[in-house]
Design a protein around this ligand. Structure first.
Ligand SMILES: NC(=O)C1=CN([C@@H]2O[C@H](COP(=O)(O)OP(=O)(O)OC[C@H]3O[C@@H](n4cnc5c(N)ncnc54)[C@H](O)[C@@H]3O)[C@@H](O)[C@H]2O)C=CC1
Length: 311
């Protein structure tokens, strides 16, 4: 990894690719008192009451208070110890009891990413995305039959038609476009979260099928801002588990500079001078607010503004 790891990246776990092929081994690990379970409630994660908080791991005893259909997945091994995640959404009493007995709390994962420290945010993004995928794929998309968890939740299989299903990741390109001649960069405010925060960010959008990264960047910037780009360069990437995106961070140069905004998706698109962007990164600009360090957008903007390149 050439960039200092992003929040939600740098997962320390060994995913146990060989071990997870043995379904009996997984069941044994799920009963081993040394194993650890990370509970989620409505995709909110259990966090400890430390400062900063850490992931709230429980012992396998938690499984005994859950109905047999409760969804749990094998994440992998840390120092040889099996680590799992488990869904408590349908067991409100158990979830309430866990909070009362530990003094810990279930927290929205984005907030968790902002408040935790260290590489365990990578483990959190892995656990959230994989649990969410398993919860959403209880039925076969080919024949409609209920599916079965395989390899500890790394895939699902349909006993009706034998189709195998694997977790999907949705690639999203996100780009800071520079106007090299006038030393400014292009940022936009999309409807929704950025509009509510009155913030501007790098332009982002889901990749289409049959599209290269460079093509997706050019299309998204043209769609949202009406600007043609050249010299698209990859910067770094960030897993973004809401629910299953992979942010592909890029830098590009403007080939044209007249903005023609898509006002269905965007509320504003503007060029910002480097001096204004540097102030905004420090939270000292009256004109511009940019996303915080949890977002790859922040690091792309910073790379451009400070002249730092990556790779
Ligand atoms: N970590 C970061 O720095 C940033 C992360 N993001 C994330 O990137 C993603 C895309 O960003 P935006 O385009 O602003 O998002 P958006 O969530 O506003 O999506 C735009 C449109 O794409 C469609 N869509 C939703 N899910 C899709 C999917 N899986 N595949 C294809 N199309 C889909 C929907 O019609 C939606 O209205 C979002 O998950 C957003 O949270 C966006 C900007 C910064």
């Amino acid at each position: 990894m050439t960039y200092p790891p992003h929040i939600f990246a740098d997962n320390p776990i060994n995913r146990g690719e060989t071990e997870r092929r043995d379904e009996d081994w997984i069941l044994q690990q799920a009963e081993d008192p040394a194993s650890r379970f990370l509970p989620f409630r409505n995709l909110n994660v259990l966090l400890t009451d430390q400062t900063p908080p850490e992931l709230g791991w429980l012992s396998p005893a938690i499984l005994r208070s859950l109905p047999p259909e409760a969804v749990w997945i094998f994440l992998g091994l840390l120092d040889g110890v099996a680590h799992f995640s488990v869904d408590l959404s349908k067991s409100a009493n158990t979830a309430d009891r866990v909070e009362a007995e530990t003094g810990w709390r279930f927290e929205d994962c984005r907030t968790a990413g902002e408040t935790m420290s260290g590489p365990n945010t990578g483990l959190l993004s892995h656990a959230r995305a994989q649990l969410d995928w398993n919860l959403r794929h209880g039925f076969c998309s080919v024949c409609g039959h209920p599916t079965e968890k395989k390899r500890g939740g790394q895939s699902r299989q349909c006993p009706g038609c034998n189709a195998q299903h694997f977790p999907r990741t949705d690639p999203v390109v996100i780009t800071v476009v520079a106007d090299v001649e006038r030393d400014r960069c292009l940022l936009g405010q999309s409807r929704g979260r950025l509009q509510r925060m009155r913030a501007f960010s790098a332009l982002a959008g889901f990749m289409d099928q049959g599209e290269a990264i460079e093509e997706a960047v050019a299309r998204e910037v043209m769609e949202e801002a009406g600007i043609r780009v050249k010299n698209v360069r990859y910067h770094s990437s960030q897993p973004w588990p809401f629910p299953s995106s992979l942010m592909i961070g890029c830098l590009a140069e403007a080939d044209t500079t007249d903005i023609n905004m898509d006002d269905e998706e965007m509320t504003d698109v503007r060029w910002f001078d480097r001096s204004e962007v540097l102030l905004a990164l420090d939270g000292r600009s009256e004109e511009l607010t940019v996303p915080g360090p949890i977002a790859i957008a922040h690091h792309l903007i910073k790379s451009w503004a400070t002249g730092a390149t990556n790779g």
